[in-house]
Design a protein around this ligand. Structure first.
Ligand SMILES: [Zn+2]
Length: 137
């Protein structure tokens, strides 16, 4: 019996050899599954239990998958999407912190331009697309 438990770690290591394991997307899926399962205890949210279970099964599938290329592609998509999400909120935080000293304008190319506040009408030049615009700060 003792030998069985001593070999369990070795068996698990040989099982996981060549498999994807836990990555950033896997962690996200597990956390989302746990949140869904916890929220399913609230009234009228019973469906979330199925969603949480499905997410957990998908996370286990990704963890034990041997198709590393596809799993890495999924992980890269998740990382780029989460990076956009994080940078959006980082910009909002910076705008809020500098609201008394700077104003932000959005160019037609999508770039956010930061200019000092209280300078009157000024010409703002976008360094990305080269477009000029006149704004009141
Ligand atoms: Zn621009």
């Amino acid at each position: 019996m003792r030998n069985f438990f001593q070999n369990l770690g070795y068996r698990f290591a040989t099982f996981m050899y060549g498999r994807n394991g836990i990555d950033a997307f896997g962690k996200f899926l597990v956390i989302a599954a746990l949140i869904c399962t916890l929220l399913s205890n609230l009234p009228f949210l019973d469906v979330l239990y199925l969603v949480g279970t499905a997410l957990m099964i998908y996370a286990l599938f990704r963890c034990s998958s041997k198709n590393l290329y596809k799993r890495q592609q999924e992980n890269m998509k998740y990382i780029s999407a989460s990076q956009k999400f994080k940078s959006y909120f980082a910009l909002r935080k910076k705008m809020w912190q500098e609201r008394n000293t700077h104003r932000y304008f959005k160019c037609s190319c999508g770039t956010h331009l930061r200019v000092p506040k209280g300078k009157g009408k000024i010409k703002i030049h976008c360094s990305k697309c080269g477009k000029d615009m006149i704004k009141n700060t």
